[in-house]
Design a protein around this ligand. Structure first.
Ligand SMILES: Nc1ncnc2c1ncn2[C@@H]1O[C@H](COP(=O)(O)OP(=O)(O)OP(=O)(O)O)[C@@H](O)[C@H]1O
Length: 281
């Protein structure tokens, strides 16, 4: 068991190191330490779909089965939610946005950057929070977990620790700095994960079911954290109350956009469709 756990940690470490190596090079480019590559803000293939985040005529298969066919979607709103039944394609859709999966056809771009052609930029542009914080945390203590992101932004080890401590102090949790992450509760771990991504100031923050095991106060605390950033947020949650202040909600069904609009209206349509289904069962 211990060996298995160690192995899983190592795999995660290598995976994250690879992404961070790429992010490091990228951030160095941004900060002018190396020659800046020619970044092309390409025009959208379909100008009517122009937006900060843009999915254009995308085809995607999962396990040889078509999931998205000619999927097109774009938005500029800062707070966007994604709902849909299990297996409807939500996680696949958000994984297209940081280049974790690649479409067979079409194009996905985030703030003008192509997630495939400019994949190396994605770790610096798009932060990702998973359902299970254990899949994300790799350092022994809270401060190290936060400092890592700052080091990827080019800060010295000392400066990175100072930035981590400053963020913890701002959150009123400076006493957590040297706590082992393994001794945090699930909610505390998720809070550290969100802070460790926000400290890198991504332009888009994607959260895939981040609250499923959290109690109401912790959920509210983390929602406030998300609301207080000026980062664009894309949130997947089966708890619709989290969408109260959101600008837009997208309902995915069988790999297609079933409804897209104000959260209240989309939630009403979704619930009505589930009620209809229950009646006909
Ligand atoms: N790694 C994978 N390999 C192959 N098929 C996959 C993989 N991940 C998801 N799928 C398939 O793609 C489809 C969409 O799955 P996805 O995880 O995107 O749905 P979801 O809406 O996020 O579901 P849930 O709410 O259960 O998390 C499903 O049919 C699923 O079986």
């Amino acid at each position: 068991m211990g060996g298995l756990h160690f192995h899983a940690r190592q795999v995660r470490l290598y995976f994250r190191s690879f992404f961070n190596l790429v992010a490091n090079i990228t951030v160095s480019w941004f900060s002018g330490k190396q020659k800046t590559p020619a970044l092309t803000h390409e025009a959208p293939l379909y100008p009517s779909l122009a937006g900060n985040i843009c999915i254009e005529q995308v085809d995607l298969q999962r396990a040889d089965t078509p999931l998205f066919q000619q999927l097109s979607l774009s938005w500029n709103e800062t707070r966007v939610g994604l709902i849909g039944n299990n297996g409807s394609g939500k996680s696949s859709l958000v994984r297209l946005l940081n280049g974790l999966i690649t479409p067979e056809q079409g194009r996905v771009s985030v703030f003008g950057y192509d997630t495939v052609k400019q994949a190396a930029l994605m770790p610096a542009l798009v932060g990702f929070i998973f359902q299970n914080p254990d899949h994300q945390m790799i350092f022994p203590t809270v401060a190290e977990e936060l400092a890592f992101g700052c080091e990827q932004l080019g800060q010295s080890t000392q400066k990175a620790r100072a930035s981590a401590l400053a963020l913890l102090a701002e959150q009123g949790i400076e006493s957590w700095a040297d706590r082992p992450v393994t001794q945090l509760s699930e909610g505390q771990k998720q809070r550290v994960c969100i802070l460790s991504v926000l400290i890198m100031k991504p332009r888009l923050l994607i959260l895939d079911e981040p609250f499923s095991s959290l109690d109401l106060p912790t959920r509210r605390l983390l929602l406030a954290l998300i609301h207080n950033t000026d980062t664009h947020v894309l949130l997947i949650s089966h708890d619709f109350s989290v969408y109260d202040d959101f600008d837009r909600l997208i309902w995915v069904d069988g790999g297609q956009i079933k409804a897209d609009g104000l959260p209240d209206e989309v939630i009403r349509s979704y619930i009505a469709s589930v009620d209809n289904l229950s009646v006909s069962l």
